[in-house]
Design a protein around this ligand. Structure first.
Ligand SMILES: [Zn+2]
Length: 93
């Protein structure tokens, strides 16, 4: 049997605790929020066209809570992505 080669993997990439912590560290620094603030990251299937199959929803439990969406899986998120998501959020609000 020949194994199937998945060109566009839609499975959620494995995220190390270091990668998770790095994204959270950027959020704490950029948003200048207290380190006690809960941040939850979840990788979700993205339904939008021309988008990678997985995006990341970031819920920052400030009051009111702030939700950011980045059209990348967690291991591929950069500091710039987070800056852009925050800028977009500020424009929209
Ligand atoms: Zn997307």
């Amino acid at each position: 049997m020949i194994g199937m080669i998945n060109i566009f993997p839609s499975t959620k990439p494995v995220v190390s605790s270091e990668q998770l912590q790095q994204v959270k560290d950027w959020l704490y620094e950029l948003l200048q929020i207290d380190r006690d603030t809960i941040i939850s990251l979840s990788q979700l299937q993205c339904q939008e066209p021309n988008c990678p199959p997985i995006h990341t929803a970031i819920a920052i439990m400030t009051s009111p809570p702030c939700i950011l969406r980045i059209h990348k899986a967690i291991p591929y998120i950069t500091c710039t992505d987070i800056c852009e998501a925050i800028a977009l959020k500020i424009i929209k609000d």
